[in-house]
Design a protein around this ligand. Sequence first.
Ligand SMILES: *Cc1c(COP(=O)(O)O)cnc(C)c1O
Length: 495
Amino acid sequence: MDLLYHSTRNSTPAVTASAAILMGLAPDGGLFVPEKIPAFTFPAEALSSMSYKETAYEIMRLFFTDFTPEELKGCIDRAYGKRFDIPEITRLHEAGDAWFLELFHGETIAFKDMALSILPHLMTTAAKKQGVNDEIVILTATSGDTGKAALAGFADVPGTRIIVFYPKSGVSAIQERQMVTQKGANTFVAGIRGNFDDAQAGVKELFSDREFGAWLASRGKRLSSANSINIGRLVPQIVYYFYAYGRLLEAGKIKAGDEINITVPTGNFGNILAAWYAKQMGLPVKTLLCASNENRVLVDFFKKGVYDRNRPFILTNSPSMDILVSSNLERLLYAVSGEDCSAVSGRMQELSRTGVYEITKEMQEKLGCFCSGSATQEETLGQIRGLYEKTGYVIDTHTAVASFVYDSYRRETGDETPTVIASTASPFKFTRSVLGALEPGFPDLPDLELADRLSGISGVPVPAAVSGLKDAPVLHDTVIETAQMKELVRSVLSD
Ligand SMILES: *Cc1c(COP(=O)(O)O)cnc(C)c1O
């Protein structure tokens, strides 16, 4: 019996994993969820000797049950190989009171590579299984990292096209440069004059635009999403929490069955939701610590049970977390509402109508394993400096938000459970901010020269993803208003 998926807003019809991966978003605008979150089936001790690829296979096969073992292993092999700069794919680094899970060893030196290097393969395999011959058009809104990671993953993958929208003044200079220098005949990148939420809303609108869908179909194309709402993004992210547990076992820091805490710097709620799925599958996780920057929507949600996006959108030094509508929260809402699709869809309607929704006391009680906290931009920089002075380890601004929130949590609660912090980007991706923390008053040089300076301080070589940007030509220079997104997509796809 295959594990089936249905929308968070409507439990029928249910579709197979490959159909859900291919569609991305459910037709009613909801997110695909498995009918039941599978329990992991191997003894926890086994994790201590499993490689990343082995762990990936054992987790993904429980979710993607309509893939054959050969298909799934093929996807995993193509994804987790030479594109990563360490053979282990990810590793744990102990610093201060926590274990930093370095998820930034892929092509774009940020954690989204972990899932986006496999998604194109899951998707093209899914298309074959579904007998779909249409060209798959990936339409993505990005706050910086998703865009480049998706571009890198899909570039020149036969049968696919990718169009990425990013907020023109809402990403770092290096993030922008990474995207506008993207090679690949099937890639298109455009800046929009608006913030990430505007870009995401524009993309969502296109997905639910029937007339546009029909136009695409008449041209032998279909839309899919590489955003973290795709179940093919979420499931690969569950893997590294199991892998991290295995490394703690292997190092003798915990015994099988011991609980750990996980702290995640959070934006769209995909990464921390994957950790919650890992917990539901049976991984011994005590507390999930949700760390926000100054855009504290999620902290207020966990503390008060009210989601309220009506507030100023703050551009911070952790831009990939500058988000007011965390899409993946809908999946958690579905679970804590007792899988009540109408409760979810009612609240999502309220959110789009008024910008606010409230959850019941019962729902709030089911969120007991979550804690939350936030860091200001000053606190973020102070955390980078403090950790460096104490341990010599340099972290990026997003990871620093999580590290700050964890240190506060540990001080306030006295909870000394071994804790994994998801380290979501290399410090070389946010060089200017990180140097500002380590060397206030550093000379105003171009970002790429600052990378050399950061390398001198941290003792870590400049990653190829950054050094290679120096001579790369700009291949994409389109900038548009949010209202022009549809028109642009039409013209890109008309040729
Ligand atoms: C995307 C991103 C985040 C936020 O992850 P979500 O899954 O959207 O919550 C945090 N840090 C970095 C560096 C990111 O790129």
